[in-house]
Design a binder for this molecule. Structure first.
Ligand SMILES: Cc1ncc(COP(=O)(O)O)c(C=O)c1O
Length: 417
């Protein structure tokens, strides 16, 4: 993949209006060279793509690497020694790329199918006792709520606390603190709420859960590739991410992090030979309890792992902070434009530290599902409907432009009339 030609420090063209909005000053701030980035993402040209919170369009380098690998495997024979050996290396490199992205060790990361896969490994891998409690929030994604609710069948009590897009960090913290009892074992929530983009007060929640000896499982579906992550600093216990959303990787691959000292406390739910260090033909085996490899099954896709590595590389060339700032700045611009349209209600937080590149809104008198359909049919704008808040959600990634934001706002103004 070619260099993205980031413009850093003095070496840059005149600042765009957005740079000024991002920081109030542009000197010393790394920015994204948007046109160069867009050249590498064909999906930017076929539509106004504002749905990376669901699945993002991949850069050419990601797609081509996967295509080449797929051909290589098929045409050279998947188990011929060079193909097989390079496939193993690709898997290891993908793990290393994710571990480095998250600032953790490769021994603490496993590739998964998607975010939900990793969440299940934690939830269903813990040993539960009758009366144990899981605390979560009623506004969560179904991949949080439904797997948590199913634990009720094992005697676990699930407390789904109320949560609103405009809640302050202090309110959220106070609610969790009140819900914690000596039976509370796990706090389970999304780092960024998918409905509205609310950034949860994760550092404070970690401090609180630690003080009470409560484990923390975090759904990072909306963070990886969107906001800078340092899991070592956050000191979370379990964290699951997708490849296909803000990271712009392929569908079908994600990653799950387990802090090293907790690996032995999780049992693999789906089991292969990797769950044993050794076994015999009379029922004996030695468990591979301390290795995250116990979660591996057997055959896995090297093209997908390679796609993920390339996607992580692309994102890191852009710069995590630069992407985060630009996603937020575009969202702020969108919020400002939408708030000037009579009949439009914003459903996302406006305070910077609680906000990100997700912007949710309703249009008075227009069903949000219809609005999503009309934005596509009439304007080729890709956004999504969010059932929980009956709203439209637009995701602004670093590759989106101010012009696209303006076109979405204009289209919404048209619908609002
Ligand atoms: C917060 C959250 N959790 C989980 C998911 C499901 O993600 P995946 O398809 O990677 O399992 C999504 C998808 O939008 C999400 O936003």
């Amino acid at each position: 993949m070619g260099s993205l030609n980031l413009t850093v420090n003095g070496n840059r063209p005149p600042p765009r209006p957005l740079d000024v909005m991002i920081s109030g000053k542009t000197r010393g701030v790394e920015t994204v060279d948007v046109e160069r980035v867009r050249e590498q993402i064909p999906g930017c040209r076929s539509a106004i793509y504002m749905n990376t919170g669901w699945s993002g369009p991949s850069p050419k380098g990601v797609v081509e690497a996967m295509k080449d690998r797929l051909e290589y495997e098929s045409y050279e024979g998947p188990t011929s020694p060079p193909v097989y050996e390079s496939g193993r290396v690709i898997q290891q490199e993908a793990r290393a790329a994710v571990a480095s992205l998250l600032n953790v060790s490769s021994h603490e990361v496993i590739l998964t199918q998607c975010t939900t896969d990793g969440l299940n490994m934690a939830l269903n891998g813990l040993s539960w006792s009758e009366g144990d409690e899981v605390i979560t929030f009623g506004l969560e994604h179904s991949s949080v709520l439904v797997p948590a609710y199913r634990l009720q069948e094992r005697g676990v009590r699930v407390k789904a606390l109320p949560l609103q897009p405009g809640d302050s960090g202090e309110d959220i913290l106070a609610r969790v603190e009140e819900a914690i009892t000596p039976r509370s074992r796990l706090l389970f929530f999304s780092h960024i709420e998918y409905t509205c983009g609310l950034r949860m007060p994760i550092e404070d929640l970690r401090a609180l859960t630690k003080a009470h000896g409560v484990l923390m499982l975090v759904d990072g579906a909306q963070t990886a590739g969107h906001v800078a992550l340092d899991l070592r600093a956050l000191d979370v216990d379990f964290y699951s991410i997708p490849g296909q959303k803000w990271l712009l990787g392929p569908d079908g691959v994600g990653a799950f992090y387990v802090r090293e000292d907790l690996i032995s406390s999780l049992n693999p739910v789906r089991v292969s030979g990797h769950a044993a260090v050794s076994y015999d033909d009379r029922g004996g085996y030695e468990s591979n309890a301390n290795s995250i490899n116990k979660f591996l099954l057997t055959t896995s896709s090297a093209p997908l792992a390679l796609g993920l590595t390339r996607a992580v590389g692309f994102y890191r060339e852009l710069g995590a902070e630069a992407v985060e700032r630009r996603a937020l700045a575009l969202s702020k611009l969108l919020k400002k434009s939408l708030s000037e349209i009579p009949g439009v209600t914003l459903m996302s937080p406006t305070e910077d530290r609680r906000s990100c590149g997700l912007t949710s809104f309703r249009i008075r008198g227009v069903d949000s599902n219809d609005a999503v359909a009309r934005l596509w049919d009439d304007h080729r704008i890709v956004v999504r409907y969010v059932r929980e808040l009956s709203c439209v959600r637009a995701a602004t990634h670093a590759f989106n432009t101010e012009d696209e934001v303006g076109r979405l706002a204009a289209a919404v103004r048209g619908l609002a009339q």
